[in-house]
Ligand binder design. Structure first.
Ligand SMILES: Nc1ncnc2c1ncn2[C@@H]1O[C@H](COP(=O)(O)OP(=O)(O)O)[C@@H](O)[C@H]1O
Ligand SMILES: [Mg+2]
Length: 271
């Protein structure tokens, strides 16, 4: 098992000055979490797809500047659904979404991008027939200013993308495609970055590299809210973690608290 203890988001100068917010561990109670004034919060969200049954039940996820917040939980727990709810792709009939103190519950996804959300969905997150550079240009669709500086920053973060910028993104490896997807989201210069399983289907080494880049992004002060299948590794780098079960908050705490929680270990981290 890799040791991430030295790799966390340790630059306290850019982290949330408030002591872990109002976040409290709620072991197994399923109680709604109160992190009411977080920078981005999906607060007590209840809702589902179309007229189908509710998938989320009083579900709360949140992130603050300088933080990496990680959402873990079993397959089908509603992690992607919670991310989509925060991004406005699903109607919630209870709860709200707030960004920087503003209620954005009624905004369309497009309007949320303009408000500062960068979202990388779990699937279909790049245009495979377009080149790497065209993908990045597409990412900047809402901008009318000069995007070359931002593109250079993305290439600095992911140098392989600069080498492959003229290649169709579909020809890249899984890890490189995920870099394209993250880079595309960064092109809008978002105020918060939301990643749904950025390391899906990549090798452990590539996962480590992607996590390092995500830490690097978070250290610039950009809040990162991400869903991860690799629960243990993700919680190692998480300032804050959420375990979702059946659309509810099952456990919440700092990454370390969750890693040390016997019940979380037993049920979700393989002992
Ligand atoms: N587009 C959809 N329409 C209807 N139900 C969906 C849709 N996407 C997911 N679901 C259902 O919502 C539940 C949670 O799924 P999901 O959020 O994808 O879980 P996770 O990301 O935690 O694996 C599952 O029961 C799934 O079948
Ligand atoms: Mg999912």
């Amino acid at each position: 098992m890799s040791d991430y203890s030295s790799r966390g988001n340790t630059d306290r100068s850019i982290t949330n000055p408030r002591p872990a917010g109002t976040l409290t561990a709620s072991p197994g109670t399923g109680e709604p979490v109160t992190s009411g004034n977080a920078f981005l919060i999906g607060d007590c969200m209840t809702g589902g797809y179309g007229s189908g049954p509710d998938i989320l039940h009083d579900c709360t996820i949140a992130v603050d500047p300088g933080e990496i917040a990680v959402i873990v939980g079993p397959n089908g727990a509603g992690k992607s659904t919670a991310m989509k709810a925060v991004f406005g792709m699903l109607n919630i009939h209870k709860g709200s979404v707030r960004l920087n103190g503003e209620d954005i519950t009624d905004l369309t996804p497009q309007a949320r991008v303009r408000a500062g959300m960068g979202f990388v969905p779990q699937t279909n997150n790049i245009f495979t027939s377009m080149t790497v550079e065209e993908n990045l240009e597409m990412g900047a669709f809402i901008r009318e200013d000069d995007i070359t500086g931002t593109m250079e920053q993305v290439y600095e973060l992911f140098p392989i993308l600069k080498d492959k910028r003229r290649q169709p993104a579909g020809e890249l490896s899984g890890g490189q495609r995920q870099q394209v997807a993250v880079g595309r989201a960064l092109m809008t210069q978002p105020k918060v970055l939301m990643l749904d399983e950025p390391t899906a289907g990549v090798s452990p080494i590539v996962m480590d590299e992607l996590f390092d880049r995500i830490i690097e992004v978070a250290r610039t002060g950009l809040p990162v809210l991400m869903v991860e299948q690799n629960a243990r590794q993700a919680l190692e780098i998480a300032d804050k973690g959420y375990v979702l079960v059946q659309g509810r908050n099952a456990h919440t705490g700092t990454g370390q608290e969750l890693l040390n929680d016997p019940e979380v270990r037993q049920s979700f981290l393989g002992g």
